[in-house]
Design a protein around this ligand. Sequence first.
Ligand code: TSX
Ligand code: MN
Length: 611
Amino acid sequence: MSTPLLTRDTVTPDDADLRVVQWVEQIAELTQPDAIEWVDGSTAETDRLTRLMVETGTLTRLNPEHRPYSFLARSDPSDVARVESRTFICSEREEDAGPTNNWVAPDEMRATLQPLFDGAMRGRTMYVIPFSMGPIGSPLAKLGVQITDSPYVVVSMGIMTRMGTVALRQITEDTEWVPAVHTVGAPLLAGETDVPWPCSDTKYISHFPETREIWSHGSAYGGNALLAKKSFALRIASVIARDEGWLAEHMLLLKMTSPRGRVFHLAAAFPSACGKTNLAMLKPTIPGWKVETIGDDIAWLRPGPDGRLRAINPEAGFFGVAPGTGVSTNATAIETLWGNTIFTNVALREDGDVWWEGLTDKAPDRLTDWQGNPWSPDSGTTAAHPNSRFTVAARQCPIISDDWEDPQGVVIDAIIFGGRRATNAPLVVEARDWEHGVFMGATVSSEQTAAAEGTVGELRRDPFAMLPFCGYNMADHWSHWLDIGQELRRGGRVPRIFQVNWFRKGEDGKFLWPGFGENSRVLEWILERVDGRVPAADSPIGWLPAEDGLNLDGLELKDGALQQLFDVNADSWLAETDDTQKFFDQFDGRVPAAVQKQLDVLRGRLTASKQ
Ligand code: TSX
Ligand code: MN
């Protein structure tokens, strides 16, 4: 049954692919772990690892009466988020990474990483995690193997992916699989005691798009460490997708059923802090409509044999931001988190349950904050870290769609791009055609919300919400989208593209649109456009809802709010087009002509509208 390798603790599965076994041996030789464990994905294994982490202080078991099979992890205060400044795309040529990525030549990065990984796992167990992104055996799924020395990463990957023996069995002689090596970068000397959250100040999240490898050092947090997610399913997958003719996108997926029983599927891209998970779990306020969740973060989309665009959620769980998630903003997420959940950097209640800002209006008494200190509302800090998270299986979502694991994917009827914009961007606008939609994707932006990220109010460009996640030149990504449009056109079934903005403000600085469940009205309009059931009004920026086109039954908007939500001010839009041109100029002539033409046409229409 077992073939010992390197150390006596090692149990290599008999049927493991030889290339995987050899790679594991090679990484073990480099990183020098005390033991190797092949992860099988069983419940017994999860139980053993969580118990181990409770002993070492990495996890606190929550009160099972309130939150069964759930844990709180407190990270090191220096390791609380993805670090974009330490994320690298190591393509042979700098221009293939493009101006929006950190680029280092592959040889140079290998030379940097070699001494860092040398002996990095001393005193620790090396875990081998085979995983599938997408339903096991789906033609749209892809395989990977992550090596890590963090049991927290193992248990998290077990929630976020299809992990273990089922995935390893998919890897045979001629299967493509992506190797990902992760270390917290904190080797233990003999006799040295461990800390609850080992990590290192030397952080590298490195991607080699040409050889399709991922190497991550120094962090155990989120996307820095759960390499199946942003590193594989977006950065490496976007490169594979470009080469194979499909799309790996930062999009939620949802199914929506009309009162007449017509079923639609939507894919939507939003920058961070726009409430993607909230939209994926929307509770419609309009009667008769139903929303079901397929995914909240990543979509892989591919023109199918019938010419229609099909999509899967490659993930198996949600790694969602906790603060702001409450019964009034996302009751479905709250239901999803009933148990079997890992919470990271939230606050601990006296009764052994969790809390974060926005879970309830009022903080409970005697909280312990995310750093383990006593906390009260007048502490002057937040109880939960603003980037604190829940990690939970998607199947626990009460409105998970029955087709969320369809191996063929779901047919996409409409694609939505959003942003957080106080001005200019209307509540909803439809693109004139695919090229115009690609332009909308290329110009996605959000206004800065926190001074720490830059000047408040300044536009942060986030094309396709992919700025930190595209594994190749962003302008080439737009060309690839144009190519996909060509292919869909040949099949005769092109999804319609829309832009939405829930965050427009009036002169009083207040939000004009109530958002949340009321966004179902906007989705209804989008789907009725897809169905050809409602007229639209032409405007310089695309198709807007015609007079009375948007269903506002039972909704009280302030006087003038509707007009302001759809106002197109030619002068401020023209100023924005100047900014867009500057943004395009960054790409040294790689912006596709069809996208530049969209900008020129937009300027022409805006200028004409002033006459
Ligand atoms: O997630 C949000 N959505 C999408 C919901 C499906 N948020 C939270 C964003 C931070 C992650 C929103 N915030 C949305 C929204 O549609 N809209 C707003 C702005 C807003 C906030 C509060 C109110 C209204 C708008 N409150 C009242 O009107 C009372
Ligand atoms: Mn995301």
